[in-house]
Design a protein around this ligand. Structure first.
Ligand SMILES: C[S@@+](CC[C@H](N)C(=O)[O-])C[C@H]1O[C@@H](n2cnc3c(N)ncnc32)[C@H](O)[C@@H]1O
Length: 280
């Protein structure tokens, strides 16, 4: 089996894929129906012809530009595996910064109540509930099909009893009576006009609803900010993921919405990544 997946790795290398070995291993595990350890343990066994064919078929999809996570239908995020479907964004490692910030904010709270607006796979809400057993929350999305994946992921990670799901646009999906300790969102933040210029791996495989932030990429922040102050409990905060150059405009939107303390945090690459808004 080692020979078979290495041959695929070499094809990926020749095609200048970024992570040829990792991609080949993950696709081999999928095609052979075995885990990472199994692939190592069975290195010297001969792979049945149908396994080789199955791997070749997956390799062709990868060579045509489909991301590995889309081919295998799941992505690891915050150490947990999340099922994807056609309506979900493929969760990005950058979003783990938002999760870390959220956990830092509520880890000493006795029973934090959170909302994740535009939850997609549920990656943000589920990671936080997994890390903080006393936390409960609501996860929303406009895409009903995304919520199907999020519900499945919540069950898989045993947080479904503490997370409810609501379908609809931003705050309209959340009952007016609900107030939160933490409002979270990684909304679509790409300006509509920029979408046709995105890399094919994003443009062709992530749903447009998960990417398109309107004419200037900031429409979802305006919609979220509009009700954020009145939806927070005293001492609560809003934590938003933002695009690389959106620190100033999103900070302005949050300040105008009534937050007295607004902080823009940069990621390890030095790019704007998270906005934290609260009352000092
Ligand atoms: C950038 S994706 C983030 C998904 C997930 N939270 C993550 O970080 O991986 C944005 C999400 O917002 C959802 N969305 C788009 N427009 C929305 C709206 N008007 N109301 C609620 N959710 C919306 C999309 O369906 C998508 O799941």
């Amino acid at each position: 089996m080692g020979l078979v997946w290495r041959r695929v790795r070499d094809r990926f290398r020749a095609a200048s894929l970024d992570t040829p070995e990792l991609d080949a291993r993950l696709l081999a595990q999928q095609a052979f129906g075995i885990d990472a350890m199994g692939l190592i343990r069975r290195e010297r066994e001969t792979a049945p012809a149908e396994w080789v064919e199955a791997l070749d078929a997956l390799a062709e999809r990868r060579l045509a530009g489909e991301p590995v996570s889309r081919i295998i239908g799941e992505r690891e995020f915050w150490g947990l595996k999340f099922q994807l479907n056609g309506a979900t964004l493929d969760p990005r490692p950058e979003t783990e910064m938002l999760v870390a910030e959220a956990i830092r904010w509520i880890e000493h709270h006795p029973a934090p109540y959170i909302v994740d607006l535009g939850t997609g796979t549920g990656a943000i809400a589920i990671s936080i509930l997994d890390a903080i057993p006393a936390a409960r929350g609501i996860a929303t999305d406009l895409a009903a099909e995304a919520l199907t994946a999020a519900r499945h992921n919540a069950e898989r990670h045993q947080v479904a009893g503490r997370l409810s799901f609501r379908q609809g646009p931003w705050w309209q999906a959340v009952p007016h009576t609900e107030l939160f300790d933490l409002i979270l969102s990684n909304p679509p933040y790409i300006a509509s006009g920029v979408i046709p210029t995105l890399q094919p791996e994003v443009r062709l495989f992530d749903p447009e609803l998960a990417l398109d932030g309107g004419f200037d990429g900031l429409e979802p922040y305006r919609a979220i900010a509009a009700q954020a102050v009145r939806r927070l409990k005293p001492g609560g905060a809003v934590v938003l993921e933002i695009g690389a150059n959106q620190g100033d405009p999103v900070a302005r939107i949050m300040a105008r919405a009534g937050f007295s303390r607004v902080e823009v945090q940069k990621d390890l690459a030095g790019l704007d990544r998270v906005v934290l808004a609260s009352h000092s």
